[in-house]
Design a protein around this ligand. Structure first.
Ligand SMILES: C[S@@+](CC[C@H](N)C(=O)[O-])C[C@H]1O[C@@H](n2cnc3c(N)ncnc32)[C@H](O)[C@@H]1O
Length: 191
């Protein structure tokens, strides 16, 4: 039997939350594909008729994701883009039901290639424009050590001021964890 605690790891936790918002045939976006875990999750949920755009600035990440999808037999429903998510609106034309951001750096990778406040904000704004009514953006925000503080502050500052008539912003916390626990955030488009 698998350990029930794994479902409270931030990425699993986000998958559980987001799965409810995806139907077969939907279009979704993974704004930071990394090793492909989130892209695979989205591809499995949109099914054969669906489509998933996935972005990463690192060729290695895109190749890792491609391999992951091929092994799972769902590479045909993904469009993998080696490029910054701040250019998302040039690639994605459809309305989307779910968009995921897993900020930071590739685990075990180069910290200088982590996501950055300015481009992350640009991408979040474009992602919100692409969301259909009832759709959701999931953001896993990390800070700690040498990275993430400026980005976290910029993102939370921006989200705090979103029009409450149009957006619902939910921040879930690992409340009793010490230091800088990751922060799962969900933004739902109300209209
Ligand atoms: C925490 S990892 C993502 C993990 C991934 N979602 C997974 O399931 O394995 C963050 C990724 O963001 C990527 N990244 C950094 N800047 C980016 C940008 N401007 N646009 C898209 N991806 C970026 C990094 O290369 C890194 O692979």
């Amino acid at each position: 039997m698998s350990d029930f605690r794994t479902k409270y790891q931030i990425t699993e936790y986000c998958h559980h939350f987001l799965a409810d918002y995806i139907c077969e045939g939907d279009c979704c976006v993974d704004a930071t594909c990394g090793n492909g875990n989130d892209t695979l999750f989205l591809c499995q949920n949109v099914g054969r008729a669906g489509k998933v755009y996935a972005f990463d600035v690192q060729e290695t990440a895109v190749e890792n994701t491609r391999r992951r999808l091929t092994e799972a037999g769902c590479e045909d429903r993904a469009v993998l883009i080696c490029g910054g998510h701040e250019h998302m609106s040039s690639y994605v034309r459809e309305k989307i039901s779910v968009i995921m951001f897993n900020f930071g750096y590739l685990p075990g990778g180069d910290h200088s290639l982590a996501t950055k406040a300015e481009t992350s904000l640009m991408a979040v704004k474009q992602g919100l424009d692409l969301l259909k009514t009832g759709g959701v953006m999931g953001l896993c925000i990390y800070s700690g050590g040498d990275t993430g503080y400026e980005e976290k502050e910029a993102l939370l500052g921006y989200l705090k001021n979103l029009d409450p008539g149009k957006w619902l912003v939910l921040i879930h916390e690992f409340y009793n964890r010490k230091n800088d626990p990751p922060l799962p955030v969900f933004v739902i488009r109300l209209k």
